[in-house]
Design a protein around this ligand. Structure first.
Ligand code: NDP
Length: 259
């Protein structure tokens, strides 16, 4: 497909996007950006009340959005959530696998649940969602899946100890490439965004202590990112402007991984 008008190709009018963990933080900012570009956005998250609040907020900005409750680690929830979106919207053009958690615990002290829960949400949840939505995209021979990874898929986040998180994100990067390879022949694209430190609930408790000061110091741009700063790359990857891009991991980290 030759793109004659890039700005037009970036529009998402008529497309349906499903964003996991979209109630707050990066997921909410990406849902907003996709909605501003014209997509109808289905937000999937754990908490119904928060979800309805987010949907009302986006609707107040003229964005078409609705909430679907579900846990990405539950095969039953995933199946039901995807079925609900298909019932309401008829298709899924874009899946953003954003839901993620983190546990800052030293490896030698880590409880099995701290290891398992992080791998379960950050990796198993991404696979479950990608498989359920990917099957529908394969039938339609089109779709864009965007996995929210982390720069910690490349480097060891520090000074905080978080081996389960780092390992989960490295696995997401490779899962992204593996799915991209398998589904390229169906015109289903799979890419990832690997953010550096972003101001959200995950980082908030430590932004003003020694960890936070270290993160800023080690970031060449000398600041933490805002969730909204991931919206542009998400819209690009969701849109036809990136029609020949698959299996790529886009680092958005203020230069953190350069040094
Ligand atoms: P937040 O904690 O602010 O938001 C995460 C969202 O995911 C919450 O709404 C949460 O719901 C939801 N969620 C958690 N577990 C599940 C689940 N099992 N099923 C469905 N939804 C779930 O985090 P961020 O916005 O910071 O993180 C979003 C993504 O970005 C994550 O994958 C994270 O690893 C990644 N990332 C974040 C960075 C940062 O510096 N903030 C840097 C690099 C990557 P609830 O509110 O109910 O818990």
């Amino acid at each position: 497909m030759a793109i004659r008008n890039i700005i037009q190709a970036l529009r998402l009018d008529g497309k349906v996007a499903l964003v996991t963990g979209g109630n707050r933080g990066i997921g909410k900012a990406i849902a907003r950006a996709l909605g501003q570009a014209g997509a109808c956005v289905a937000i999937m998250d754990l908490e119904h009340e928060n979800g309805m609040g987010t949907v009302d907020e986006l609707a107040g900005e003229g964005i078409s959005a609705y909430f679907v409750q579900g846990d990405v680690t539950s095969p039953e929830d995933v199946k039901a959530a995807v079925a609900e979106v298909l019932h309401r919207s008829g298709k899924v053009d874009v899946l953003v696998n954003n839901a993620g958690i983190c546990r800052n615990v030293a490896a030698e002290e880590m409880a099995w649940s701290d290891w398992y829960d992080v791998i379960n949400v950050n990796l198993n949840g991404v696979f479950l969602m990608a498989q359920a939505v990917g099957r529908e995209m394969i039938k339609r021979r089109c779709g864009s899946i965007i996995n929210i990874s982390s720069m910690s898929g490349y480097i060891v986040n520090h000074p905080q100890p978080q081996c389960s998180y780092n390992a989960s994100k490295a696995a997401v990067n490779h899962l992204t490439k593996s799915l991209a390879y398998e589904w390229a022949k169906y015109n289903v694209r799979v890419n990832a965004i690997a953010p550096g430190y972003i101001a959200t609930n995950i980082t908030a408790p430590n932004l003003n202590n020694e960890w936070g000061r270290t993160w800023v110091e080690l970031t060449p741009m000398k600041r933490i990112g805002a969730p909204e700063e991931l919206g542009g790359i998400a819209v690009y990857l969701a849109s036809d402007a990136s029609s020949f891009t698959t299996g790529a991991v886009f680092v958005v980290d203020g230069g953190y991984t350069l040094i």
